[in-house]
Write a protein that binds this ligand. Structure first.
Ligand code: HEC
Ligand code: HEC
Length: 264
């Protein structure tokens, strides 16, 4: 008799119980207490992400696959001319990036690496930030690492950039004088206006944002957060974003690559 009564006290409402049980079991979307934004999303948003026919990001993947085969630029080459099957040649990229590029002496993210290939290997103009082809190709390349655990290198030549990213993450900014940690480490789970704050993980990007009705890069998401605290975002393509991106990848270590995630 004691046990059912205890259960009744603990789970006064069946709904509460369901929420509690669910919160305990996020499977691969929770690693060592760190949770993907997936676990903070509404059930219908998660269902949309999980179903490739419902996930609006699939349109960008299809476009990326098409561009992969399209020859462009003076060299008359496509990505496939050199990299053949993306499923094999690009597997792991989305889990490792950003990486230190010795020839540039700084970090590069996937977007920048793609444009580097366009400039240096194809003789084609780089795609603009947030342009449809760059988002589509970035999503396509990262999607080849779907479900692989995020695992960036933060040591060796990447170490100083990682340290800078960490510093930026902890630096207060804007009229609200808040750092990334204030929302994503100290207040996750709480509501900010109409939104439930997540841990600010990066493993789903580029992600489809329902509010924006489009796929969005991680840079655009971070700019949005900076505007939320009434701070001036960094210039487009600033190194600070890529340093932050490495720090975010480290925070998301072990979580699965979800690109293209669906978020509110
Ligand atoms: C004033 C609170 C606030 C601050 C400060 C803030 N963010 Fe956010 N951030 C949000 C909100 C709200 C969202 C959307 C809901 C969510 O996922 O938390 C979000 C979402 C994100 C996401 C997407 C998470 C996902 O799973 O889709 C990332 C990444 C992120 N923030 C990074 C940052 C970084 C980096 C900083 C510091 C430069 C920062 N945020 C500062 C409020 C904040
Ligand atoms: C003429 C050949 C050539 C073409 C065309 C080309 N690339 Fe590359 N790509 C390379 C070479 C060479 C490297 C460097 C390989 C290395 O670092 O081991 C590279 C590296 C990359 C990487 C980094 C891989 C890694 O493991 O770090 C990505 C991502 C990439 N290319 C994407 C693309 C995309 C997308 C396109 C089409 C828009 C493209 N490339 C077109 C030759 C090419």
């Amino acid at each position: 008799m004691r046990r059912p009564r205890m259960a009744a006290v603990l789970c006064t409402a069946a709904l509460l119980c369901a929420a509690w049980v669910q919160a305990e079991d996020w499977g691969r979307y929770a690693v060592d207490g760190r949770r993907s934004g997936y676990t903070y999303a509404a059930a219908e948003t998660r269902a949309m992400q999980d179903d490739e026919f419902d996930n609006p990001g699939s349109l960008w993947l299809a476009r990326g696959a098409e561009l992969w085969q399209t020859a462009e630029g003076q060299a008359g080459k496509s990505c496939a001319s050199c990299h053949q099957e993306a499923a094999a040649s690009m597997r792991g990229v989305g889990a490792r990036y950003p990486v230190f590029a010795p020839e540039l002496g700084r970090l590069v993210n996937v977007e920048q690496r793609i444009n580097q290939c366009r400039r240096e290997h194809m003789g084609a103009a780089p795609w603009a930030t947030e342009s449809e082809p760059l988002l589509a190709m970035t999503a396509y390349v990262k999607h080849q690492s779907l479900d692989l655990p995020v695992n960036p290198a933060i040591d060796g030549p990447a170490a100083p950039f990682f340290a800078r990213g960490r510093h930026i993450y902890h630096t207060r900014r804007g009229q609200l004088d808040l750092a990334c940690i204030h929302c994503h480490e100290m207040n996750h789970g709480n509501m900010l206006r109409a939104q439930r704050l997540s841990e600010g993980m990066s493993n789903g990007f580029p992600a489809y944002r329902l509010k924006w009705q489009t796929l969005a890069s991680l840079q655009r998401r971070m700019e949005g957060c900076m505007r939320d605290v009434r701070a001036e975002p960094y210039a487009d393509g600033a190194e600070e974003y890529v340093d932050l991106e490495l720090y975010l990848a480290w925070r998301a270590r072990g979580l699965p690559v979800e690109t293209p995630a669906v978020r509110n």
